[in-house]
Structures are given as C-alpha cells and as structure tokens.
Design a binder for this molecule. Structure first.
Ligand code: ADP
Ligand code: MG
Length: 205
C-alpha cells in the first residue's frame, strides 16, 4: 500500500527572504567566500587553515573553519571512508559552506576531498569567485614521514582500509587558485601566502 509518494523536492519551492547574502556581507564589511583546502592526510590542511583563520580573525574578519575530523564527529558521523561515503561527506560540507557564505562568512574547509568531481561540485554551487581552491601540496612520502596520527603506519599494515594515497585515490587539483608547497614553505609562511593571495583577489582589503 502506498502511504505517500516519493516526490521529495518536487513540491518544494524557494522561499524569498529580504535579508540576503549581500545584506549580511555588507553588515560584516567583507566578501564572503570559501577557502577550500585539499591535500593528503598529514599534508598540513588543518595546521595552515587554523593559522589563516587566526590571521583573519585578528583583522576582525568573520570566519568559520570546518575541519574534516570535527565534522566527522558530528554532522557526518554516519559516514565512513568508502568512495560513496567520501562523496556524501563532501556534498554535505559543500552545502554547509554555501549556507555559511550566505550568512556572510569567510569559510575555511580542511578536508582531504580527494575527488575532482566533488571539488568541482562545491565550486559550481557557489557564485563566480567565491570558491578558492587551496592545494596543500605535500608529496606522499613527506606526509607519510610526518604521520602525525600514525594512520599511514596502520594503513601500510593493512589495518586501515580505503586510506587516501595508499589504497584510495587522490586526484590533484589541475588549476587551484592557490598552491602551497609545504616542502618549501613553513606552515606560517604558507598561511601568509594565503593572506597575500586573498588581498590580491580582493577578498580582503
Ligand atoms: N610546511 C608545513 N606546513 C604545514 N604543516 C607542516 C609543515 N611542516 C610540518 N608540518 C606538520 O605536518 C603536520 C600536518 O598535519 P595536519 O595539519 O593535521 O594535516 P592534515 O589536516 O592535512 O591532515 C602537522 O603536525 C604540522 O606541524
Ligand atoms: Mg586535518
């Protein structure tokens, strides 16, 4: 017996609101955007994003940092690390980022986000110029050498399946807005490079 049809969003319309993105951005005196950090586990995404957020915060910017591990403890705790779950993980993060941009924030996301298609989806869900891809470029051997969380060792022992760089793919960005070579830059220098790039792109004054 059919109790209800699976029409889902077919009957849902967009509700107009008067206090919109422009109004909120203006109130905050900034250009809302997403700094999308991508790179291998241990590349330095969380470390550098945290430093960038501190610098922005010190300048009085309104920011929010969405970090992979934290989001996986809450919103995405029902998801694992299969390809399908990684896609859904990033889809939700992209949606949350978009809401936060709508709220007028400068959003920083620190997720491996290994697949080009999902990063493109995140980019395309935002307006032109709002998505800034930050490739934290750390070769596998360097990230594995750091092995801050001991995860590479576990993965090499076969105790951790679907680990990016070992038995799950990482698709490098082809034309990121910002590329940080962490074999050449310290975390502090990398964060300064991001701030400089944001000034150049007119995101911050
Ligand atoms: N140049 C660098 N840039 C960023 N992190 C670095 C750098 N050199 C060493 N590290 C260290 O590498 C580790 C990166 O870990 P983390 O930021 O958690 O990576 P991710 O979030 O990408 O998994 C940290 O312990 C950091 O101190
Ligand atoms: Mg991290």
């Amino acid at each position: 017996m059919l109790h209800f049809a699976l029409r889902r969003s077919q009957n849902i319309h967009y509700q107009h609101v008067d206090v919109n993105k422009d109004a909120r951005a203006q109130a905050k005196g900034q250009q809302p955007s997403v700094l999308w950090f991508t790179g291998l586990s241990g590349a330095g995404k969380s470390t550098i994003a945290n430093l960038v957020e501190k610098k922005l915060h010190a300048q009085g910017r309104h920011t929010y940092l969405l970090d992979g591990d934290n989001v996986r403890h809450g919103l995405n705790k029902d998801l694992g690390f299969t390809d399908a779950d990684r896609v859904e993980n990033i889809r939700r993060v992209a949606e949350v980022s978009k809401l936060m941009v709508d709220a007028g924030l400068i959003v920083l996301t620190a997720f491996i986000s290994p697949f080009r298609a999902e990063r493109r989806m995140a980019r395309e869900s935002l307006a032109e110029g709002e998505f800034i891809e930050v490739f934290v470029d750390t070769p596998l051997n360097v990230a594995e050498e750091r092995d801050v969380k001991g995860l590479y060792k576990k993965a090499r022992r076969g105790e951790l399946k679907n680990f990016t760089g070992i038995d799950s793919a990482y698709e490098q960005p082809e034309s990121p807005e910002i590329r940080l070579d962490t074999t050449q830059l310290s975390a502090e220098q990398a964060a300064d490079a991001v701030i400089d790039a944001l000034k150049l792109q007119g995101i911050i004054g």
